[in-house]
Design a protein around this ligand. Structure first.
Ligand code: DGJ
Length: 537
């Protein structure tokens, strides 16, 4: 199915032509609400991404990829995140080479795995290393960022129309091609537009065009959006705006304050607007869900230590106004405070999708939290292809369990029937209210064997019935509805799901449920169990 296109193609978005009928559009991968959750729908069914992102260069060689497909299956991945670089897609201006894209789609189909393509276009980790050589060399046509010391760097400037036009043209060609070869099969289910954008080593671009734009008034469409959503704004942004006097018009410095904070707000709008043009051009060809990912900030640094203008939580509202064609703003979470970053990214209905996170044992625990507590569309540890023994890794164990429970998770998302938790010495317990009961979930402990770490998710699957997956926790129930006062543990069974059907194993009683007092999911074993409760006086 490989084919190379040499023709100079005119993208649909320039012709104003709709790419697909509404009926065909309804079938392609899309996002859909279920209660308070947003779900990814693939082939008419909600889909939970149990993903893994490849190292940046792995997908630049189909031969290199060949043994990796097996390790994906060993890991129980259902989706791989793979880079597609502008330099390899459009090696000469207007000549597109889709052989890699076709080969990746072919490999994924052969192994029953879905794909999320990462568009390494104008930026990757703030830099422009993946732009084609014909763009790199033509630095007068394709303007660069200038830093405070006067140096230009290998970073395309957001303030140069030739840059976004060329990027959008290439991305549109990619999306058109994906529609042509995959518009029916839906192997490609989502797209990442660019990678961790933003200016490094300075808080903003100081090129002539950037200085000019920075001295202009904040665009009214941004001011209108912020004013309309004032009560729902992310608190840091709101505070920045209020500290500068809550102005509804003025320059960037007047509205957001002089210094790195104002610079970052300006860059967020500028990157958001650029990525919007690229995403919009792509969606005009094939409108599957698209997201942008974020190199997260740190409290010790200032914008420029992290890419200034990246969709950080404190500028998310600016991005949402600038880039309506993006469906999701995503965090790449390598930081230890995983739960906090998840919470910050579900701001204002933003669905949680984590394209990069740690692949080690902590990452394998954290996936339960993101999915159980925040209805994540999916999770994807980075560089799984460098794991020594993927099949026997903690991540493989987590995905093996989550793959079994996924249909139940998807059925109950967004309805107040699902919870996730991470327990440790600092956070030894968590509470959740579901199906008329309060669940007190704590670190497991029995006869002096005290779990130091607990994690998992619990689903209220029916009246008085719960299914849980994880390790190292115990649950005490109390009823929240009128009736008999005391809640007892009815029955606890361990088991597995085979093609969605529950296959019970041992009946867990005695020490296994602390003589009927708790639903225990023992320390050190990752397992699934089903617990029923009853009430008495
Ligand atoms: C984040 C980037 O998005 C990835 O492409 C990769 O460079 C990792 N950092 C490396 O840890």
């Amino acid at each position: 199915m490989s084919k190379i296109k040499h023709a100079m193609l005119i993208p649909l978005y320039l012709l104003g032509v709709a790419a697909a009928t509404p009926q065909a559009q309804a079938q392609i991968p899309h996002l859909q609400r279920q209660g308070t959750a947003t779900q990814l729908v693939v082939d008419g069914q909600p889909f939970l991404i149990l993903g893994g992102e490849l190292h940046n260069s792995s997908s630049s060689s189909l031969a290199y990829m060949e043994p990796l497909w097996k390790s994906m299956m060993d890991l129980h991945l259902n989706t791989v995140l793979a880079g597609v670089s502008w330099e390899l897609l459009e090696p000469e201006e207007g000549r597109f080479d889709f052989r890699l894209v076709d080969g990746l789609i072919d490999g994924a189909r052969r192994h029953n795995i879905r794909l999320v393509f990462l568009w390494f276009g104008s930026w990757k980790n703030g830099m422009s290393s993946y732009i084609p050589l014909w763009v790199k060399k033509d630095y007068q046509r394709f303007a660069r960022v200038r830093l405070q010391d006067g140096r230009t760097v290998e970073v395309l400037s957001t303030l140069c129309a030739a840059n976004w036009e060329a990027d959008a043209k290439a991305y549109a060609a990619l999306m058109r091609h994906i529609r042509e070869v995959d518009g029916t099969d839906h192997t490609v289910i989502m797209m990442q537009v660019e990678n961790e954008v933003g200016v490094l080593r300075d808080s903003r671009d100081r090129s002539e065009a950037a200085n000019k734009a920075f001295s202009q008034p904040v665009p009214p469409e941004l001011m209108d959006a912020l004013t309309r959503d004032k009560d729902k704004l992310q608190p840091d942004l709101r505070q920045k705006w209020e500290s500068a006097g809550s102005r509804t018009a003025g320059t960037w410095e007047q509205v957001f304050g002089a210094g790195p904070g104002g610079d970052e707000a300006f860059m967020a709008w500028s990157y958001g607007s650029y990525v919007e043009k690229v995403a919009k051009a792509g969606k005009a060809e094939y409108a599957i869900p698209m997201y942008a990912n974020t190199w997260l900030s740190n409290p010790q640094g200032t914008p420029g230590n992290w890419p200034s203008g990246c969709p950080e939580p404190h500028v998310m509202d600016i991005w949402r106004a600038a880039a309506p064609h993006l469906d999701i703003l995503s965090p790449d979470i390598y930081a230890p405070n995983f739960a906090e970053w998840c919470r910050r990214y579900v701001h204002a209905g933003n669905p949680l999708f984590i394209p990069e996170m740690r692949r080690e044992a902590d990452g394998a625990r954290n996936v339960f939290y993101a999915i159980g507590q925040h209805d994540a569309i999916g999770v994807s540890p980075f560089a799984f292809d460098s794991m020594a023994n993927p099949g026997s890794s903690p991540l493989a164990a987590s995905y093996g369990i989550l793959a079994q429970v996924a249909p139940l998770i998807l059925q109950h998302q967004g309805k107040g029937e699902l919870t996730g938790f991470l327990l440790d010495k600092e956070h030894p317990s968590a509470k959740a209210e579901m199906a008329g009961y309060e669940l007190e979930i704590s670190l497991d402990s029995i006869f002096g064997d005290n779990a130091e770490i607990g994690y998992g998710l619990i689903i209220a699957t029916g009246p008085d019935e719960f299914v849980g997956a994880g390790s190292g926790f115990r649950v005490a129930f109390s009823a929240k509805t009128p009736g008999a006062r005391i809640t007892g543990v009815g029955q606890v069974d361990e088991g597995t799901f085979l093609d969605g059907k529950w296959i019970p194993g041992r009946r867990l009683n005695g020490d296994e449920n602390d003589q009927g007092q708790y639903w225990r999911v023992a320390n050190g074993q990752l397992s699934i169990s089903r617990c029923t409760v009853y009430r008495y006086q």
